[in-house]
Design a protein around this ligand. Structure first.
Ligand code: SF4
Length: 71
């Protein structure tokens, strides 16, 4: 598996955010919607402490490409 096709998991409570970077369409929907969680300049770029669990679940559901999903 190449580095580009790796999958990352970020856990918060009962929620797992699944991140598949090779699917990302760079629409920035997530970054605009929840900038405290999704910050492309940060490492790791997903900070699950930046919002409530429910907010994160809703934002992940709006990702148009499926790069973000719930595990
Ligand atoms: S919303 Fe999805 S497709 Fe858009 S930048 Fe975020 S992860 Fe990528």
């Amino acid at each position: 598996m190449s580095e580009k096709q790796r999958t990352m998991h970020y856990k918060k409570g009962e929620t797992t955010v699944v991140w598949q970077p090779h699917l990302c369409a760079h629409s920035a929907v997530c970054v605009k919607g929840l900038p405290g969680v999704f910050n492309p300049k940060a490492r790791p770029w997903i900070n699950v402490d930046g919002a409530e669990e429910q907010q994160i679940r809703e934002q992940v559901g709006k990702c148009p490409s499926g790069a973000l999903s719930l595990g």
